[in-house]
Write a protein that binds this ligand. Structure first.
Ligand SMILES: Nc1ncnc2c1ncn2[C@@H]1O[C@H](COP(=O)(O)OP(=O)(O)O)[C@@H](O)[C@H]1O
Ligand SMILES: [Mg+2]
Length: 254
């Protein structure tokens, strides 16, 4: 099983959008997909509620592999399985980071007996949960809006990734996805150009536009390609391009 974490320590960038759409796309490819929602806001848990396993995300840090195996062994699913956010995630910040990361790694290893790919959605703060997820993951993706505060958040994230990679050398940073880009806004165009210049290796070679149909789809608990509107077509192309890129980079074996 390959594990991807979607992280940036700023809200509203598109972490949950990306996690849910990668999950839907990978499910359609016939992969067995697990999504772990580590954000107490529970946005991914809402969008993927129809796929809930009943196993709470906080148990990934406290229960151990045996409980997890007992829960998932023989369980029927439709290829997409949610490990939903629960209130106890808030207690993680009291936990020792090394202990939390170790426990999460062990739980992910157990999950690997049942799934091909694991996607982790994180909260917009650099707490124990997000840090442990980055320490346990194989791949990381960071969506980012083309606004000043977001770019500041991105710069901090780049420094943090550098540090965390020392503790998790297998981590591969797939890059930043410019998200909610409005080509009619000169500010977005110039921020994108600045970012591409500053981090040529880290910015993905495409972006996702500000598309109302994406927000609509997440609220309707479905991928944007199931929204029957002409306006959803462009969004679908962009999101499929993102999924193709991530799928290829992750080299997921079935
Ligand atoms: N490309 C996009 N176009 C339009 N709306 C988007 C896009 N990506 C995300 N959104 C919306 O923006 C808000 C923040 O996105 P979300 O994925 O929840 O960010 P995060 O998880 O980083 O906080 C949500 O309401 C979501 O529906
Ligand atoms: Mg989110």
């Amino acid at each position: 099983m390959k594990t991807l974490v979607t992280a940036i320590q700023k809200g509203g960038q598109g972490k949950t959008f990306a996690t849910c759409h990668l999950a839907f796309d990978f499910q359609e490819r016939g992969l067995r997909v697990a999504v772990i929602d580590l954000d107490t806001q529970g946005n991914a848990s809402w969008t993927l509620a129809g796929h809930d396993s009943g196993y709470p995300a906080s148990r990934m840090f406290t229960a151990g592999g045996d409980e997890l195996r007992a829960w998932f062994a023989g369980r029927e699913d439709d290829g997409l399985t949610l490990i939903a956010a629960d209130a106890s995630l808030a207690n993680l910040d009291k936990m020792d980071l090394a202990q939390a990361a170790g426990a999460l790694r062990a739980s992910i290893e157990a999950l690997g007996e049942f799934f091909d790919v694991c996607l982790i959605d994180t909260a917009p703060s650099l707490g124990v949960a997000m840090t442990a997820a980055v320490l346990a993951a194989d791949y990381m993706l960071s969506p980012v809006e083309m606004e000043a505060y977001s770019l500041q958040g991105m710069k901090k994230m780049v420094a943090i990734i550098g540090n965390l990679r020392k503790q998790n050398p297998k981590l591969r940073f797939l890059g930043m996805v410019p998200n909610k880009v409005d080509a009619r806004k000169p500010r977005h165009v110039s921020n994108l150009a600045t970012l591409q210049q500053a981090y040529p290796q880290l910015i993905l070679p495409f972006s996702v536009g500000a598309r109302d149909s994406i927000a609509e789809a997440l609220g309707e608990q479905m991928p944007v390609w199931k929204i029957k509107k002409t306006a959803a077509r462009k969004a679908t192309q962009e999101v499929r391009a993102l999924a193709d890129y991530v799928f290829t980079k992750m080299e997921i074996a079935q």
